[in-house]
Design a binder for this molecule. Structure first.
Ligand code: DP6
Length: 336
């Protein structure tokens, strides 16, 4: 690859329906202690440009025009270099990366999932070596657990203790599914999901129970997703996110991402369900609420949520397709 040639990768954030929350041990390997089942979110994207740099320049990584601390990316960049060497290539001595999100960053909208997946895919493509999507998913996991899922788009699973996410279904498995994303707070959160899950692991008396119970939630979530049963999936989603938050509320010190508007949206979903609508919410490490519904009901559900939380910005999303590298759906080199 020529020095001035940019590779682009476009990825979608991965929304966990059943949550990954906690690592197996405090190590750079970033192996999830709980499994997750997720969907890629269309209409929200990270667009990343990457090009090699000479060694003396060092890595230069910008997100939304802001220079990032390269330390955050050092483990994944090291792993990428090793992988490229193992595959017989020569890794670029340094890289320049410019990344833009079409949605608020670090606000609990899974920007690390799409961001790290885009970085890994662009790097692998730029290195011109053979790789499989499983390789990309393993490498992305080192950057961020949820990024392993964003490598595929569609519906994915990242099993507990696993090194890589796996695709479950492509986006056409459930075309009428709609996901409303309510943004109540667009500034970056005060505690990163990484720090919060580590604090929960170290200090919450409920953390072991959370891990033990999550095996069952993953199995039930996967099954309901396979059969496209929204009320069943919704019930699993609620158990998963609320039990995950139980580990945060019970941590020392507690982590409380929720805002009054988050609670208003949760109640609005309950009220919509009482009126016969499918409105199944979930939350991540932030104040935002994401609501699963159907194409048929999305108008009514959206207006119910707008009434309950008038100030919220609402995105409407559906299951996302695979990432694009240089504008075409990701086609790993060397995969059968
Ligand atoms: C609540 O993938 O951001 O969104 O592996 O430490 O980078 P690291 O964590 P990250 O955590 C995601 C947590 C979550 C749930 C999920 O996406 O499964």
């Amino acid at each position: 690859m020529l020095k001035d040639e940019w590779v682009t990768a476009e990825t979608s954030p991965s929304l966990a329906l059943v949550k990954y929350w906690g690592k197996q041990q405090r190590a750079a390997r970033n192996i999830p202690a709980t499994g997750s089942v997720a969907v890629g979110l269309s209409d929200l994207s990270t667009l990343t440009y990457l090009r090699p740099l000479p060694a003396d320049e060092g890595d230069r990584i910008q997100l939304g025009g802001r220079l990032q601390n390269p330390e955050r990316f050092a483990p994944v960049l090291r792993a990428l270099q090793e992988f490229v060497r193992k595959q017989g290539g020569s890794p670029p001595p340094a890289v320049e990366v410019n990344s833009e999100n079409s949605f608020p960053t670090a606000a609990g909208l899974a920007s690390s999932s799409s961001g790290l997946a885009a970085l890994v895919l662009a790097y692998l493509h730029a290195s011109r070596i053979p790789y499989t999507l499983r390789d990309a998913a393993k490498l992305a996991r080192i950057g961020s657990g949820s990024a392993s899922r964003s490598v595929f788009g569609g519906f994915t699973i990242l099993p507990a203790g696993s090194e890589a996410a796996e695709p479950l279904f492509d986006k056409d498995h459930w075309p009428e599914l709609r996901i409303l994303i309510l943004v109540m707070q667009s500034g970056p959160k005060r505690v990163s999901s990484r720090d919060a899950m580590e604090l929960a692991r170290e200090t919450s008396p409920y953390y072991p129970a959370w891990c033990a119970d999550s095996l069952q939630q993953v199995a039930q979530g996967r099954d309901a997703l396979g059969r496209r049963l929204l009320p069943e999936l919704g019930a699993v989603m609620r158990r998963s996110y609320l039990r995950m938050f139980a580990t945060m509320f019970s941590a020392d010190p507690p982590v409380i991402y929720w805002l009054p508007e988050s609670v208003a949206a949760i109640h609005a979903c309950a009220s919509l369900r009482e009126h016969g609508y499918d409105a199944w919410e979930t939350m991540d490490a932030g104040a935002q609420v994401k609501v699963l519904t159907t194409e048929e009901q999305v108008g009514r559900v959206r207006s119910g949520l707008t009434e309950a939380v008038p100030g919220a910005l609402i995105y409407t999303s559906r299951p996302a397709g695979p990432p694009l590298v240089n504008g075409t759906p990701v086609a790993p080199r060397g995969e059968e």
